[in-house]
Design a binder for this molecule. Sequence first.
Ligand code: 13P
Ligand code: SF4
Length: 310
Amino acid sequence: MSADTVLVAAIEQLKKERNAIVLAHYYQEPEIQDIADFIGDSLELSRKAASTDADVIVFCGVHFMAETAKILSPEKTVVLPDLDAGCSLADDCPADEFADFRAQHPDHLVVSYINCTAAVKAQSDLICTSSNAVDLVRQIPETRPVLFAPDQNLGRWVQRQSGRDLTLWPGRCIVHETFSEEAVLQMKLEHPAAEVIAHPECQQNLLDLADFIGSTSKLLGYSESSNADTFIVLTEPGIIHQMKQRVPNKTLLDVPGLDGCSCNACPHMRLNTLEKLQACLETLEPAIEMDEEIRLRALKPIQRMLEMSL
Ligand code: 13P
Ligand code: SF4
């Protein structure tokens, strides 16, 4: 038996003993996706965290995702295999600076992308994810000005799709900002029938080259429904593991970062490992803890999102 097989068997056993569910995002390592009970995009993972009857949620993703699970299911133990698994968008938007920004726009409705801290969610009127952002902004009365944080690339895309003028916080994702336009143009020349599919966190020049733009789950769905048999995939390459299973006969091309670096792999997501997953099931640490007042304030805009989403 290989070391990994032993580890996987131990994790399965611990899951039963703890009555635990393992939730994983599509950017996790393939071996973590394979052991997960549920894989999804941020919206689907939030819904699952809110509805599960497990006692323990092991969140294989990044901190804001585990925090959202805790906000929705405070009675459950929520553990994140590596507490340092953060997100550049959440880091780019400190709660105190965000409070000043809001104060400068007192008449604005505050829409925050789920990739932010609980302290920023607590200052927001509505949370969105990349899969529902356009639809939610369209539902806001046109007379109401909107402040959108923290991802400016997503915000600009929502602006173009909804026709709404949004006041943007200047946050960015260090992963989606690194894709090389030159590499995509070269790949399109080499694969003229390929379709470019992109996450809306990419910069405008890359989104301009895309045939389809959407959240991770929507990109997966499009790879199945499109007639194309080759895709140039402009998002974190962890998603290719699921795509290969959904469309085994199609060609999936990962795009390098600027200067050919592999910085398109999210350094935060990739901190989680099978070993850390086993350890957190054993010790139920590191667990997500949060101030109850912040949790209750952060819960409201998340619940509003869930109610307003189709
Ligand atoms: P999705 O909600 O599309 O899965 O995106 C999460 C994320 O962190 C993208 O970088
Ligand atoms: Fe955050 Fe970007 Fe990593 Fe997504 S890919 S978790 S937005 S740093």
